[in-house]
Design a protein around this ligand. Sequence first.
Ligand SMILES: O=C(O)CCC(=O)C(=O)O
Ligand SMILES: [Fe+2]
Length: 330
Amino acid sequence: MTTSAETKPTPPLRQDTDNLPRIDVPKPLTAQQVKFFVDEGYLVVPDLITKAERDELIADTIKIARGGYDTPSIKPAPAGASDKEVLETILCIHQPHYISPVMERYVKHPKICGMLSQITAAHLPNWDGSVKCMQSMLFVKPPGFQGQAWHQDEIYIPTRDRSLIGAWIAIDDATIENGCLWILPGSHKMGYLYPQRAHNNADEFDFAPESHGFDESKEIPVEVKAGAMVFFNGYLLHRSRKNRSQIFRRVLVNHYMNAWSHLPWGQLREGEHPAMADRRCIVPVAGIDPYAWKGYEAPKKDVWLRSCKANEGKKAGGAGYDSVSKVDKK
Ligand SMILES: O=C(O)CCC(=O)C(=O)O
Ligand SMILES: [Fe+2]
């Protein structure tokens, strides 16, 4: 069912979840892996996607960057430009699944969504494994490009039950040298949102502010081989550093949450009560969508580009998340 969110659908008298369409997914993780995620706030799964899948993601990244999807933000690349030249101006393409059916397929990747249905809200005792996606980000992170300072993703994409989760797919090997993810294990546990401030390290980090007020001495790098997956909770403190290598650090990171939670993302609309704010530009990926009766908001057929090598002309603000920032438009 697809209805416009503007048409004010009538809620059902009773939520009859048995009759809702259900997306069945496998359950590939062990109980130990689920427990590790709940306790530590992250989980690394090696060899999650194949070389053929990585090649497909790379080819589609090039197609998007060359303007192959006819989207207003990306003009067709000049005929003579090499793939490398086209990619090396882009830090990140936001919401590529809005325009690319290939990226949308990876948002719905059955094995990934199976794992998500085991861990996304595993901290809630009665959760049934239902998951929805609200965001994709395709990092290219060329040589010399900055990382992002300490932050918690729930600052940008709030859920009502601490269920935000990043599913970070390494398309290339991610190493300390090329700017892998760094995390503070267990920092998600109490659901504390740390304050943010401007940082003064424009060489290392992009224009997004940094979270502060914690002991960062237990920080660890998450170096992974291409094809690995890193899941991390939306309250987990994480950052990434500058790419000091000669190769790209490409990653597709999709964000998901418990489908039973409202998604109060972005500005409140006129007359909206905070608890009832619920953005519906989402993709159900596992279990049921209890709010299916509201219909779905169709995505704009466009993406946002972040390209901030030298922090040229960047203003402070929440980087990267379209609710907060106006990232570079081309
Ligand atoms: O991979 C990175 O550089 C940062 C990714 C990140 O912060 C995220 O996916 O939430
Ligand atoms: Fe993040």
